[in-house]
Ligand binder design. Structure first.
Ligand code: ADP
Length: 593
């Protein structure tokens, strides 16, 4: 099932909501060129890694080898070995079967690894969906919904892996058994196939009802848990207001509904057992009952035992695995996927956002503390950054530089005072008006192009090339295999991730850019190049400096030292601030001019 296609994303880091929707949005230029935005879906996840799928298939052939061999080996062991008093021949056939089983175990391990490689991107897609949905809505106050959705993502990933593993195992085993039975005792197929198909059909037919009832059961269960929590939290009020009867009645109703849902689920679950009996065990009965007919047709007793081995050792367990895999994991996958896509819809209602008329930053007596009883990190700070200014923020670790960056970008709201961008409270500005790049750059699994154009999907190829060249990422783009290359975030270095995030920020039209140690993993030359690109780009630039050289490039420097804040040029600060002079000496052993 597919959720609605996600809209182009917000310009952030968590906590931000989107710009009001433009009435007509230009389609991004990469649409229709084989570059798709991230969507969630079973088949999409599966076919995105065709190499892995082929690998899984090939290992599956080996894994299913015993399913094909078991009947032949047993039949030959009896007919050519034990029945002729040649136990060594019999043992040799059984040993051959044992070797195949060992090889199959190795193959099974490879299959598990392959399935994991397919399931991880699926999990990434789901997580991206949850996070993007959460960013787009105002989830302050509803983080529990996001946490629940996160948990559902893990469940869905496990269920996805289980479904792929069992369905694949079933198909390969059935093919192996069919080939084995056809080559060993073709007439036995008549006794095995009809009940098997009937059992399988019965099970598949019960699946939709099973999914519906499983979902109803989960919802009833949650509703009951919620009612219990409400009741437990309000016991004193219930008592004080004399509401015992009403609350008890509601709980009785909830319990009744949950029990009803559980019974309904149990009834369809019974169909699963019936399907297994018909498809897995009825063929055994028919083979035994039909033994005289098979013997009359020329099959030896060994062949009959071999046919029985096919059913009991391969077919029935495979059907049992499918019933378990699809009936439990498959249903869970369908239910959780649906819940993820409905719990966190891809697009929620945007809050009122204002496009600031200018990009000047003003803090008026801003105070901020992380807790009601903790000392303020920022204390009555006044600061003006005119439009087009380039401000570096320096200070020892823990001085509050990142906190200040978050206040300016609106990700944090002042406890008292005002943080304004163009006269608009920073947490109310249109997110498209500013970009905050934190130290840990966000790169997601997707193409390089999707990552670079994430904040501006409608950018033209020329604009993209220009941003890449300006920030100094041309070599990186080539190294990664061009814009169409698929990125594995974990395989990139921290510096590579930062360069990608920097291009992404540079490409936007945001008039306010805040880099919070966003270049700390680049070497000094690369950092200089990136920062100079942002200085040339125009707009207001606030850089939380990792190295003193960042401060030297800025027009003005803000030095944070606990509640003490000083603003000035480098020369002024070296003269007036012992701390700055000390930091300058520490960071930059050469005397700086
Ligand atoms: P800097 O960026 O200068 O290293 P920060 O702004 O990250 O400083 O942190 C300033 C102070 O606030 C530090 O003492 C830090 O421990 C504290 N702090 C930062 N983030 C949080 C948070 N989320 N919750 C509580 N305290 C925090």
């Amino acid at each position: 099932m597919r959720p609605p296609r996600p809209e182009p994303p917000d310009h952030t880091s968590p906590g931000h909501t989107p710009p009001p929707q433009a009435p007509a949005r230009r389609a991004p230029w990469w649409r229709g060129r084989g570059v798709e935005r991230r969507e969630v879906g079973f088949w999409r996840a599966l076919w995105r890694e065709p190499g892995q799928v082929v690998r899984i298939m090939l290992w599956s052939v080996l894994e299913a080898a015993p399913a094909f061999l078991v009947g032949h080996a047993v039949a030959r062991a009896i007919e050519d070995g034990f029945a002729r008093a040649e136990p060594l021949v019999g043992m040799a056939w059984l040993a051959a079967l044992g070797v195949t089983w060992t090889a199959a175990a190795v193959a099974a391990r490879q299959v598990v690894l392959g399935v994991a490689a397919v399931a991880e991107p699926f999990r990434d897609d789901l997580l991206a969906h949850v996070v993007e949905g959460a960013l787009r809505r105002d989830t302050r106050g509803d983080s529990a919904a996001v946490a629940r959705a996160g948990l559902q993502v893990e469940l869905a990933r496990d269920a996805f892996a289980a479904v792929v593993t069992t369905v694949r195992g079933f198909v390969f085993t059935v093919v192996g058994v069919a080939l084995g039975l056809l080559t060993l005792a073709p007439q036995a197929v008549v006794l095995v196939l009809p009940p098997f198909v009937a059992g399988l059909g019965l099970f598949l037919a019960s699946l939709p009802a099973l999914a519906r009832r499983q979902r109803a059961f989960l919802l009833a269960d949650e509703s009951l848990a919620e009612a219990m929590t409400d009741m437990a939290g309000g016991l004193r009020d219930i008592e004080a207001c004399g509401l015992q009867e009403g609350v008890a009645g509601r709980l009785r109703r909830e319990v009744g509904e949950q029990a009803g849902a559980a019974r309904a689920l149990a009834r369809v679950t019974a169909v699963r057992t019936a399907a297994l009996a018909v498809g897995g065990w009825l063929p055994v009965v028919l083979l035994l009952a039909g033994a005289p007919w098979l013997l009359g047709g020329g099959a030896g007793p060994g062949v009959i035992v071999g046919a029985l081995a096919y059913v009991t050792q391969s077919l029935a367990p495979a059907l049992g695995g499918l019933v378990e895999g699809l009936g439990v994991s498959g249903v869970r996958l369908a239910v959780t996927l649906r819940r993820i896509t409905t719990a966190v819809p891809a697009a929620g209602p945007p809050r009122d956002r204002a496009r600031p008329p200018t990009a000047d930053v003003r803090l008026d007596a801003v105070t901020f503390a992380y807790g009601p009883h903790s000392a303020p990190v920022v204390d009555r700070l006044d600061l003006t950054v005119p439009e087009g200014d380039h401000l570096a923020v320096v200070g020892p670790s823990g001085a509050g530089k990142s906190t200040l960056a978050a206040l300016i970008s609106g990700t944090l709201r002042p406890g008292s005072g005002q943080a304004l961008v163009g006269g608009v409270p920073a947490d109310r500005i249109d997110p498209a008006a500013r970009v905050l790049i934190p130290q840990e750059a966000y790169v997601f699994r997707g193409t390089l192009l999707e990552n670079l154009a994430y904040l501006r999907p409608a950018a033209s190829p020329a604009e993209l090339d220009a941003a890449v060249a300006a920030v100094g990422a041309t070599d990186l783009v080539a190294e990664l295999g061009g814009y169409g290359a698929t990125l594995d975030p974990a395989a990139l270095s921290a510096g590579q991730r930062q360069l990608i995030a920097l291009v992404r920020a540079h490409l936007t039209t945001a008039p306010l850019i805040i880099l919070d140690e966003a270049t700390c993993h680049l070497d000094p030359a690369a950092e200089a190049r990136a920062e100079e690109a942002f200085a040339r780009r125009g707009g207001t630039l606030v850089v939380v400096a990792h190295r003193l050289t960042s401060a030297l490039r800025a027009r003005r420097i803000l030095l944070m030292d606990g509640a003490q804040v000083t603003v000035g040029t480098h020369d002024e600060l070296v003269r007036t601030s012992p701390l700055y002079a000390d930091l300058a000496g520490h960071w930059h052993p050469e005397p700086v001019s």
